[in-house]
Design a protein around this ligand. Structure first.
Ligand code: ATP
Ligand code: MG
Length: 195
């Protein structure tokens, strides 16, 4: 039997309980052997806000997953310059695959709806099956224009929480306790992030 690995990609700026709960439910309920968290590299152009460095987001990811033996963090995207497209990440994973592993890709409903706009989307859907989770405020829209897209909706408790919301709360001086793991909260506070 092949090892089933669920990939959880994201900016993780910061990683929060929504990411972790979704990953754990998918692991347990969709029969995954492991979840691989891959923080995205730094975007080449400035977006609306300044994203923390890859190293800092990777560190928060490591802290967040440290007591779950089924969770792992990967440096593969932050160690490359700029943003890595998902088809490239899946290609790199496949290049290291000796045939013993099968990759799945976790997406929230918001990200799933955006798949048709991805670079080299045909390569992506040939290489991975999607595990889609609901997200408050987003319908699950199946990109029907993409032929052969393989996906499965996994039911998880809805958690109305986002990194944007967390950054906003910190900026306003509000508590983010219980929205992120305690060690991540402390790391953010010690470093004065998002103020
Ligand atoms: P931001 O607000 O900065 O976009 P985010 O909370 O959406 O942050 P991302 O790093 O963008 O987090 O998301 C990574 C992946 O996790 C995406 O597939 C996204 O849909 C999913 N995700 C994030 N938060 C949730 C949540 N609360 N419920 C379900 N899926 C989520
Ligand atoms: Mg997002």
């Amino acid at each position: 039997m092949k090892q089933k690995i669920a990939v959880m990609g994201g900016t993780f700026d910061p990683i929060h309980m929504g990411h972790l709960m979704v990953a754990e439910i998918i692991r347990a309920d969709a029969g995954m052997d492991r979840v691989l968290f891959i923080p995205a590299g730094e975007p080449p152009h400035k977006q609306g806000y300044q994203v923390l460095s890859g190293e800092e987001r990777y560190r928060m990811t490591e802290l967040a997953i440290q007591n779950n033996p089924y969770f792992e963090a990967s440096r593969m995207e932050i160690d490359r310059p700029g943003r890595t497209y998902t088809y490239e990440t899946l290609q790199m994973l496949e290049d290291q695959n000796d045939g013993s592993k099968e990759y799945y890709y976790i997406l929230g409903a918001d990200a799933f709806a955006y798949v048709p706009h991805w670079r080299e989307v045909q390569k992506v859907i040939r290489r991975a099956r999607f595990l889609v989770v609901r997200r408050p405020g987003h319908e699950i829209v199946v990109p029907s224009e993409i032929e052969g897209i393989r996906y499965q909706v996994v039911e998880a408790a809805l958690m109305d929480i986002s990194s944007t919301q967390i950054r906003g709360r910190i900026h306003e001086g509000k508590s983010i306790r219980y929205m992120v793991p305690e060690n991540v909260r402390q790391y953010i506070e010690e470093n004065g992030f998002y103020r």
